[in-house]
Structures are given as C-alpha cells and as structure tokens.
Design a protein around this ligand. Structure first.
Ligand code: RB5
Length: 155
C-alpha cells in the first residue's frame, strides 16, 4: 500500500486521451492489484478526444488535493504534461525512462507522472509507476529549487 507523507492512503488521479486509453485501463488494473486507490478522470472509450479536456480535469484534482498523485497518459506524455503544468502546485514530468521517473520524484518532487503509450512498453511503464509512487523527494537543495518553481512570473 502506498501512503502519503501524512500516512493517508494515496489516491492517484488517472487520465488519458484515446492514444493512452489502453495503458490507462491497464494502469487502473495494476493499481487495484497493488491496493492503491485511484480516481479515473477518463477518457472512458477509445474514441478520439482532445487531451487538454481530460488533462485539465485530472490536474485540478491534483491541484486541489483531491488526489495526491496523477498518472496521465497520451501518445507521448508530452501534451498531458504541458496541460497539467498550467495548474497551481502541479509538477508533471513527462518520462520515457525509469531513471527519469525516479529522479522526477527525488529532485523535482513531481506529483504527476506522464508517459506515452506510443513510446513506452507496458513493462517499462509498470516499473516507472512503481518507482514514481514509492520514491520520496530528496529534500535539501532540491526542496529549495522546487519552492522556486511556483513563484509567479510576469510575461
Ligand atoms: C494524439 O494523436 C496525440 O497527439 C496525443 O495523444 C499526444 O501524444 C499529444 O501530446
């Protein structure tokens, strides 16, 4: 069972567009088998949808604390991460390797893992999910840097 720092059961926001739908369904089963709770923000069929529509609603759930983590999947992971990072306190990492998934937690305190069904094998995706959910931020100098991420900037 994965628990948050406050020892609450962690809820994961799940989201995909059509290009990530098959992996999103697999991820839901994978999390269930591990006893990890999740909320599914869609999409709910393989029919084409626009990734921002799904990513925004799932990112809001992470931003407002409804879900501790997010796993967002599209064709590449890129579109989902761009959208998610528009939301306050969301730190989404588009990852293509297990190393990146682990470092996104250690150094960046990422709270949303994004990956691409078209770029990542399912065995590797499972490893990335496990590393992401089970790795704690390293703190120290990295915590200082993470705090600076959310300073608002002018255009
Ligand atoms: C959909 O064809 C594809 O563009 C989308 O899933 C994603 O890869 C965008 O970043």
């Amino acid at each position: 069972m994965v628990r948050s720092a406050r020892n609450r059961i962690t809820t994961v926001a799940l989201a995909s567009d059509h290009a990530g739908y098959a992996y999103k369904e697999k991820t839901a089963k994978f999390l269930s088998a591990l006893g990890i709770s999740y909320r599914d923000y869609g999409t709910f069929t393989p029919d084409p949808v626009d990734y921002p529509d799904v990513a925004h609603s799932a990112a809001i759930a992470v931003s407002d604390g409804t879900c501790r983590f997010g796993i967002f999947i599209c064709g590449t992971g890129i579109g989902m991460s761009i959208v998610a990072n528009k939301h306050r306190d969301v730190r989404a990492a588009a990852c293509e390797s297990t190393t990146a998934a682990e470092l996104s937690r250690l150094h960046n305190n990422a709270n949303v893992l994004c990956f691409g069904e078209r770029l990542t094998s399912w065995p590797k995706a499972k490893k990335m999910i496990l590393l992401f959910l089970n790795t704690n931020p390293e703190g120290g100098r990295h915590a200082r840097r993470v705090r600076k991420i959310h300073i608002l900037t002018s255009r």
